[in-house]
Design a protein around this ligand. Structure first.
Ligand code: MOS
Length: 710
């Protein structure tokens, strides 16, 4: 690890620690209006009538009739309206908004709106959507996406198998709980709409507003404000808020603020898709030689990004394993739930939980040690992936595994069954993550990054990617400064403003360091050659995948990703033998994420990502009942705090990617995907049973263990 990996002080640390960073809700103006959304109180209904309270002067109502362009949020399919039209499809769907100068009064007025509904039978679960016995929500069969791909001869593998193992896995909702709830401020001045706010993807918001207003692009400006966490939650959803705030600004001519309170954010913004994953494995000579994975996602009321989330899940279906005969099926089901969306890992956490747990179960069935069993199936350099892509780099899973086994004393601890009166267990997971956009995403995007060397010899990074806590303010500055041989302090990187920065793509898919950072690295190389002291020099480049990357989006064949990061996790748990409460005591991780651009930032990503994965596996419960979530605040939606954090021990193995800056690959999502299956394996080890579902809750374990006893 070269100089680039050496930790430096984060550029965003002082203002965040001192409390001087300005988040969207920290901006106030005289004459500013506040907005409250009036939402559906039915999961599915036709709107019969709306009765408004008498509005004092200075207050106004904004609804579907105030959308100047199309009342549709631009995403993949354009089915999701800013404001409901005649039908509502989930509890909490925006119907109208009230804007006015006094926040309390706006709340009071919005509570006084009376809406009459005619209910339509709702659909909540994957099974209800699949049965299709109620009026469909989308198309004829409730499917936002229905995909399939194959490799080799899966039917032949099942025919010749010694044994066939079939299992079904379930994963639950997960809510992002970023520190800062979502919010936007909008203005309409001189014929232009400007929106400021908390977001990952300024150009997604800009493009959504272009469609919503029908304005030419030079009449829309989007500026990111300091963003307190995103985790995917601020990938697609901010367009919804930006639109409503902007319609209010357009109608009133005033500056308008729309900031969600925590309860609104928990209940009505996107979450991770619950899944049902069925795996059927063909076993021959104690090895999985064929596999069929059938992935069903509960996608909620509108399509959003569900089709792409499903694709990432499907391409991760065989995990880190080479299986030559593969069939993967995927469906995203429409239901009357808030649209489910992007969340760190983007479909991979569900798939990796399922395949890892499946491999553990098959290993046990074969009487083999899961670690050795997995190593026997692992991908190697030169193998083709499930989609038939080529693994061109060294896959250093043996070294990763060796390190983590030694570091965690896995085999010694595996013998242990009890500790301090608790049931003790240890679990292992092995996994990969595809770096950057899935499939043809990067090719469609054609990201542009620009560097501007000013007359004062300082250099501005001009990209649309954002700092949301993951560190690019620091890491990308380091990359540019090192290539140019100038101090980091001479590199300027401000929160993106679409008036100033080109579209370097969204801040998602663990693509910022590797894809955008790699592009900036090449721009900086060229700038170095063109450098003229005291003069302005601007260099920009457009991203293209390396020539050798081949992908067919219609058949899902080829290189689903240009490169992969790899990892292994070991987790130790103690389970209370009476209450079955789970305590995650220690978490070990060894990752190959290429060259770390800053070891401390990577350490932060590892702790945060793994803890989020541990929460996903154990604590984070969101139950849907009678059309509403039961958990609506952070009092009842529990995430791990510092007190729940295990001790972490981490190490890195570095297989550099030649197109990543200094060899960097992807990191942000990789750190989450392996935690849940390792926790599950540890709890299984402690209790001596097989589990099929996360979150793993004590009350469910109690029922399971009582059954086992009988
Ligand atoms: Mo993400 S889950 O690709 O913001």
């Amino acid at each position: 690890m070269g100089d680039i990996s050496k930790p430096v002080r984060r550029f965003d640390a002082p203002e965040k620690i001192m409390g001087t960073a300005r988040y969207v809700d920290d901006y106030f103006e005289e004459e500013m209006l506040f907005v409250r959304i009036v939402r559906s109180t039915r999961p599915r209904a036709r709107i019969k009538s709306i009765k408004l309270p008498k509005l004092p002067s200075g207050y106004c109502v904004v609804d579907k009739n105030d959308v100047p362009g199309e009342n549709r949020i631009k995403m993949i399919f354009d089915d999701w309206p800013f404001f409901a039209e005649d039908v509502v499809n989930f509890y909490g769907e925006p119907i109208l908004a009230i804007a006015g100068p006094d926040r309390e009064k706006v709340y009071e007025l919005s509570n006084a709106v009376k809406i009459e509904y005619e209910d339509i039978p709702p659909i909540y679960t994957i099974e209800e959507s699949e049965e299709n016995k109620r009026p469909p929500i989308f198309g004829e069969n409730n499917l936002f996406a229905d995909y399939f791909y194959e490799k080799g001869d899966p039917d032949g593998a099942f025919r010749d198998a010694d044994q066939i193992v079939e299992e079904e896995f379930r994963t639950g909702f997960q809510e992002h709980i970023y520190l800062e709830p979502q919010g936007m401020i909008a203005k309409y001045e001189d014929g232009r709409i400007t929106v400021f706010g908390s977001m990952q993807c300024p150009y997604y918001v800009k493009n959504a507003l272009i469609k919503a207003f029908g304005f030419p692009e030079d009449r829309i400006r989007v500026v990111q404000t300091t963003t307190g966490g995103g985790f995917g939650g601020k990938e697609e959803y901010p367009s919804q808020i930006a639109g409503i705030a902007a319609f209010c600004a357009y109608k009133t001519g005033k500056t308008v603020k729309l900031v969600y309170d925590r309860a609104e954010d928990v209940e009505f913004t996107t979450k991770r898709h619950p899944s049902r994953i069925r795996i059927k494995g063909a076993i021959k000579d104690k090895r999985v030689v064929g596999i069929e994975v059938d992935i069903a996602l509960n996608a909620g009321a509108y399509a959003g990004l569900s089709s792409v989330v499903l694709q990432r899940a499907m391409f991760a279906a065989t995990g880190a394993y080479r299986i030559d005969n593969v069939r993967v099926l995927g469906k995203a089901f429409a239901t009357n739930i808030v649209p489910l969306g992007a969340f760190r890992g983007f479909g991979a956490p569900q798939a990796i939980f399922a395949i890892e747990t499946f491999m553990n179960h098959v290993a046990k069935k074969m009487g083999e040690d899961p670690v050795r069993f997995k190593l026997a199936h692992r991908y190697k350099k030169g193998d083709t992936t499930a989609t038939g892509g080529l693994l061109r780099s060294e896959v250093r899973l043996p070294e990763i595994t060796e390190k983590i086994i030694e570091m965690s004393e896995y085999y010694e601890k595996k013998k242990q069954k009890e500790k301090d009166g608790k049931l003790y267990g240890i679990g292992f997971s092995m996994f990969l993550h595809g770096c950057g956009f899935t499939g043809n995403g990067e090719e469609v995007l054609k990201s542009i990054a620009r560097l501007k060397k000013r007359k004062d010899d300082k250099v501005e990074i001009l990209i649309s990617n954002v700092e949301m806590g993951q560190g690019p303010q620091t890491t990308l500055r380091k990359v540019v400064a090192q290539v140019l041989g100038i101090p980091m302090e001479d590199v300027i990187y401000e929160n993106p403003d679409t008036d100033k920065v080109p579209d370097s793509g969204p801040t998602v898919a663990s693509r910022t360091a590797m894809i955008v950072g790699g592009l900036l690295y090449r721009v900086a190389k060229e700038l170095k050659e063109k450098w003229k002291e005291g003069e302005e020099v601007v260099v920009e480049k457009q991203y293209r995948h390396p020539e050798y990357i081949k992908w067919d989006q219609s058949t899902f064949k080829g290189d689903a990703y240009p490169e992969y990061s790899w990892g292994a996790n070991v987790i130790e748990v103690e389970v209370d033998p009476l209450t079955y409460e789970i305590e995650v005591k220690k978490a070990y991780a060894v990752f190959d994420l290429g060259t770390p651009l800053d070891k401390k930032i990577i350490e932060g990503q590892i702790h945060g990502g793994m803890l989020q994965g541990i929460g996903y596996a154990t604590l984070e419960v969101m139950e849907f009942e009678n059309g509403r979530f039961k958990q609506r605040t952070i009092t009842d939606y529990i995430i791990p705090t510092a007190m729940d954090a295990p001790l972490f021990e981490t190490d890195l193995v570095v297989e550099p990617y030649k197109n990543g800056p200094f060899g960097a690959k992807c990191a942000g999502e990789l750190t989450l995907v392996g935690a849940a299956p390792a926790v599950c394996a540890a709890v299984e080890d402690a209790l001596g049973i097989n589990l099929y579902e996360i979150p793993i809750r004590p009350e469910k374990l109690l029922v399971l263990m009582n059954k086992e006893d009988n």
